[in-house]
Design a protein around this ligand. Sequence first.
Ligand code: FES
Ligand code: FES
Length: 154
Amino acid sequence: MPSYTITVNNAEKTVSVDADTPLLWVLRDELGLTGAKYGCGKGLCGACTVQYKGNAIRSCTLPIAAALEENITTIEGLSADLNHPVQQAWMELDVPQCGYCQSGQIISAAALLSKNPAPTEDEINAAMAGNICRCGTYPRIRKAIQLAASKLEE
Ligand code: FES
Ligand code: FES
């Protein structure tokens, strides 16, 4: 079995897995980072979202062999102390219900704000369209992104 070195949350990790193993399985099963969740396994729900090359990507469809170039940020590595503005806004507005989708939602929101710190409503909707929430927390998610954007302005 080939061995791969990836950088996750700014630390190098070496794993021995098949080349087509999805990044999500490497994170969860090999590295014990279970914040990114398995939802659909087909890139459709966003539960497995992590940040790679500055983008929110679906780790369930990215093979490990395609994730070697840059740091991968998971929810565990987004901030040292839950002090990322998106996490603060999420806590302030008590966004999660069951929580299953929320690490993916937060990573997508953080990726959006890192590129566009003052997004319009349409831009928020477009950026978050691929993150599904079965509990329907969408209104609180949208409000929290606006709150996080205002925190970034301060
Ligand atoms: S589990 Fe990856 S998008 Fe659904
Ligand atoms: S909070 Fe339950 S799926 Fe989103």
